[in-house]
Design a binder for this molecule. Sequence first.
Ligand code: FAD
Ligand code: DHB
Length: 396
Amino acid sequence: MTARTQVGIVGAGPAGLLLSHLLALRGIDSIVVENRSRAYCEARQRAGLLEAGTTELLRAVGLGKRMDAEGLEHGGIYLQFARERHHLDFRDLTGGRWVTIWAQTEIVKDLIQARLAAGAQVEFEVSGTEVADLDQDRPLLRYTDAAGTRHEICCDAIAGCDGFHGICRDSMPPGLVQVAERGYPYSWLGILATVPPSTDELIYSRHQDGFALHTMRTRQVSRLYLQVPADEDIERWPDGRIWAELRHRLDVPGWELKDGPITEKAISPMRSFVASPMRYRRLFLAGDAAHIVPPTGAKGLNLAMADVTVLATALTSLLRDGDPGPADAYSDTSLRRVWRATHFSWWMTSMLHVEPGPDPFGPELQLAQLRYVTSSRAAATTLAENYTGYYPLHWP
Ligand code: FAD
Ligand code: DHB
């Protein structure tokens, strides 16, 4: 079966779905192919914290209704170390900026619903995705649909929004893509629990036995993370041990962590990874397909959505107005934001996690930095403006 579209999009994560939505607002048609089921995409537990610019974008493009009704606006965070909890007031430090707790699962649900309601073609449960003829002006997207029919779509451009393990990055010509990366000798064990959060804003805690984070999804559902060894086995963490360790690492005098039934439990590795350029001719990479940050500081989802905002504008200029300038600049434009967020995520991660081994130098540097960030307005402002989103998003 041969078909035609303007933009073939690989991946129905937040990047691919939002790109399809933004292009439609500019009158550009797209087809999204996704190898998982709709239910799987809507239930996959991941990010939960949006920069101010990301929430403003969602509002501006008609996706803010549920977020405004159910999302939780936070004007700061707590940074904890040496059994002391310090508040950073982002609104005060940044002239009014904030962040919003609104789960990736909910963004994906709203996006899928909006795309299908608009009559868009979103193909779930595909297999054998391939991109071809990348050196031509009409690249091809091939896949087999859920019923077993093979399709070939002739595209004006292809967007690789297929995450870190997708196929698009590796389809770029050999030798083109340079990779810069860092591994970390620890992972995060994340849980979702049916219990009201024990805090009004997120708590990032550096503890000598490892990092812990208390975040949330709603007023009834808590999300918490623990630093664990890189190769940790989840079987070693029964629920009772998780709560005991969270209580230990988040402890401050006069405060108590409420526990409840754990509904989800998973270990995620930590990695910094940047592939550049993010484009070869008419194949464009966006989101986790091009870059990964460690989760400390919550940048991954925000970066994915920022990439496709830039990309939608670039593709509109290219395909509707015949102006290749913004598409030519896409990779450089996006990589500036990506590297800012890569530095911030690395910095937050390094300041808060305990390195294995007996070295006393690293911990003293971390404590010196944490004392500085919680006592100097200049240092606190640096954290606050990066956390709430340093580069503004433009969606004219
Ligand atoms: P993905 O969400 O990975 O979507 C890619 C899609 O492509 C997937 O649906 C995949 O199934 C599909 N796909 C892959 N290969 C193919 C193929 N061959 N054919 C068709 N489809 C394919 N970020 C934040 O900003 N804030 C946070 O608080 C935060 N917390 C996180 C917590 C955890 C535990 C984790 C793991 C991540 C977190 N992140 C956070 C990161 C964030 O979730 C990701 O950066 C985000 O999902 C990236 O979106 P994406 O659309 O680029 O990629
Ligand atoms: C969340 C995850 C993060 O990595 C972070 O820094 C803040 C919040 C979350 O899942 O809510």
